[in-house]
Each structure stands twice: as structure tokens, then as C-alpha cells.
Design a protein around this ligand. Structure first.
Ligand SMILES: Nc1nc2c(ncn2[C@@H]2O[C@H](COP(=O)(O)OP(=O)(O)OP(=O)(O)O)[C@@H](O)[C@H]2O)c(=O)[nH]1
Length: 330
């Protein structure tokens, strides 16, 4: 939040009063940013959605689907929490990996609290330790969340919580440890309380009702990407990127009672022509199914009718091409 300089303030008191919200904000209101980290598949996107209460980040059963930083906003009477859902922290291998890690480090230093997801249905492993070590250098308060608590029996959850506590002692002690289930919603309110307690006192940062400031085009791209990966996850690991080329509203007569129609043009980039064949399928059958599925999601997102035009293009080694990475928004 930026406060106006003295030189920008109007001289007379009446005008000055106009700058201060008439209602103000409730006493004790807190606001700030939280960042959700954890290894691939740790449940970060699902947790973000559960905290916000609406689907904003796209989830799927496979690792590293979240390539963009998606913010969800939790609105409560006593505070506002802006969530930054980061991509999985992982060792840089390609240029893409390096950029993700830079982005993550930058985000971590700027937020008020870091949420470290450690899934209860898996033992703490080298991936988690790697992240714990990285986080040890940060000064931001650290809250450990035992995700997927519903997926294991009580005794196993208790063991897991002890192991989480040990991990904290080895690297950097956790301010809190909270077990949650994003699927059943259990303990989500407790976690929200804990996170709000780490935020500074301050006014709301976003207007009420706003859930995400993620541009619609990125959400459209994610919906297409999710549909394109469906069923061919093993063949097309991370070599698939999606770019929205154009969204145009079709001209229509003023008295046309039907909802507006949008033409959405999207490119799906793959690295090799063999992958292009997989995406398109025999006789284009698969691509049609991808289009139908994605179109339904986009129509639900935008609340209008959509004509979706998909193009599959081969961009060799796009993960290592800085120019193309830039165009794809990384
Ligand atoms: N049983 C159970 N499964 C969960 C829970 N949260 C997430 N999952 C599942 O775990 C898988 C991964 O969840 P995501 O939220 O996509 O994980 P992520 O950490 O965002 O994954 P990346 O994008 O790969 O970094 C999905 O299949 C989810 O359905 C939970 O609370 N309980």
C-alpha cells in the first residue's frame, strides 16, 4: 500500500477527509501476503482453493502443473489474506526451472508468512529437506501445514506431525504446525486464523469480493493446458505450453437476446512433432475432445458463449528458448 506524499495531499481539511474511507476498517483488522510452497504434488493448489473457497488455481494429479503465480484472496471480517500460489520449488535443470526458482526466492522475501506444505500421506523426503534448507535463509515467519490429513489414519498423522517438528528443528523452527484437509475442509478455518495472526495490522488491500487478480487469459491457457494433458500425462510431461493468441467478441445486433459470443484463439506448443500427433490424435479426434472440455471450462469462467480455436504448433526446445519463454509469459 502506498501512502500519498505530503505534496500530493490537498491543503484544506474537508478535501483531506475525503481521502480517508468513511467507514474506515474494523479495529484489529490485519492484511498481508502469504506464499504457499512445497514439493510438486504436495497439495498447494488444492489448499489455496480451499482457503479462498473457490476454484482459482488449476489442480491436477500430476506434478508441476502450476507454472504461473496465481493469487487467491481470502476475505474475512477481521482480515484479508492474499495468497500467492508458487510453482513447486525444484532444482533448476532447464532455463524454465531457473526462472521459476528466481521467482520463488523473490516472492518468499516479500510475503508476510510462508506456508510450507508437507503431505501427510508421504514420508518427509529429500525434496522437502531441500526446501526446508532454502527456507532456513529466509526471515519470513514459517508455518508448516500437514496437508492431506484425511488420507491417513490418526496414528500416522501423529507420526507425521512429529517428523515435521523434527524437520523444523533441523533447519528452522516452524512458528506453527497445522494439519489440514483441503478436500474435507477440516482445519481450514484454524489455518486461516493462524495465518491472519502473522499479518500486520492494516486496511484491506483489495476490494471485497475479489477472488483473484490472475488475468483471464492465463486462466484460459491453464484450462486448455489441463484439458490437453488429460489422459496423456506420461507421454507429455512438461513439454507442453499454451498461449492465448486472441480473444475477440463477435459483432452482433443490438437487439440480439442471446449472450455475447467470444472467439478465443489458442496455440498449444509442443517440442516435437511426435508430441503434436499425440495431442491431435487419430483424425483430430483427441484435439476435438480437448477443445470441447476446455471450451466448457472457459464458458463457465467467463459466463459467455465461446468458440474455441485450437492450434497445435511445434516449437523445438521451447523450454530453453528465452524469447519464446517470454512470449509464453514465463
Ligand atoms: N486426500 C487428499 N488429497 C489431496 C488433498 N489436497 C490435495 N490432494 C490431491 O493431491 C494431488 C496434488 O494436489 P495439488 O493441489 O495439485 O498439488 P500442488 O502442490 O499444487 O502440485 P504442483 O502444481 O505439482 O506443485 C491432487 O490429486 C489432489 O487432489 C487433501 O487434502 N486430501
Amino acid at each position: 500500500m502506498r501512502f500519498p506524499d505530503e505534496s500530493e495531499l490537498p491543503a484544506d481539511a474537508d478535501a483531506l477527509a475525503g481521502l480517508v474511507p468513511a467507514s474506515g476498517w474494523p479495529e484489529g483488522f490485519r492484511s498481508g501476503f502469504a506464499c504457499v510452497v512445497g514439493r510438486p504434488n504436495a497439495g498447494k493448489s488444492t489448499l489455496t482453493n480451499a482457503l479462498v473457497g473457490e476454484k482459482v488455481a488449476i489442480t491436477s494429479g500430476r506434478p508441476q502443473t502450476t507454472r504461473h503465480t496465481v493469487r487467491g484472496i481470502v476475505h474475512r471480517e477481521d482480515g484479508q489474506l492474499v495468497l500467492v500460489d508458487t510453482p513447486g520449488l525444484h532444482r533448476p535443470r532447464t532455463l524454465l526451472g531457473q526462472r521459476l526458482n528466481d521467482l520463488v526466492a523473490e516472492t518468499l522475501a516479500e510475503v508476510d508468512v510462508i506456508v510450507f506444505c508437507l503431505p501427510a500421506d508421504q514420508k518427509i523426503g529429500p525434496g522437502d529437506r531441500h526446501i526446508a534448507r532454502d527456507l532456513a535463509d529466509q526471515r519470513t515467519p514459517l508455518v508448516a501445514v500437514a496437508t492431506k490429513a484425511d488420507a491417513v489414519p490418526r496414528e500416522r498423522l501423529a507420526e507425521h506431525l512429529l517428523a515435521v517438528d523434527r524437520l523444523g528443528r533441523e533447519h528452522r523452527e516452524f512458528a506453527d504446525i497445522v494439519p489440514v484437509s483441503a478436500i474435507t475442509g477440516e482445519q481450514i478455518d484454524v489455518l486461516t486464523d493462524v495465518l491472519l495472526a502473522h499479518l500486520p495490522a492494516g486496511p484491506p488491500l483489495y476490494p471485497a469480493g475479489e477472488l483473484t487478480d490472475e488475468p483471464e487469459q492465463v486462466m484460459i491457457a491453464e484450462l486448455v493446458r489441463e484439458a490437453a494433458l488429460e489422459g496423456v500425462r506420461d507421454e507429455l510431461p512438461h513439454s507442453l505450453a499454451v498461449l492465448v493468441d486472441e480473444v475477440i467478441e463477435r459483432p452482433r445486433a443490438e437487439d440480439d437476446p442471446r449472450p455475447p459470443m467470444l472467439d478465443v484463439h489458442v496455440s498449444i506448443y509442443v517440442e516435437r512433432s511426435s508430441q503434436k500427433a499425440i495431442v491431435i490424435g487419430r483424425g483430430g479426434e483427441r484435439l476435438r475432445a480437448v477443445g470441447t472440455r476446455a471450451r466448457k471450462g472457459i464458458e463457465a469462467l467467463l459466463g459467455t458463449r465461446v468458440y474455441l480455436d485450437l492450434h497445435v504448433r511445434v516449437a523445438k526446445d521451447w523450454q530453453r528458448d528465452p524469447k519464446l519463454l517470454g512470449r509464453l509469459g514465463f
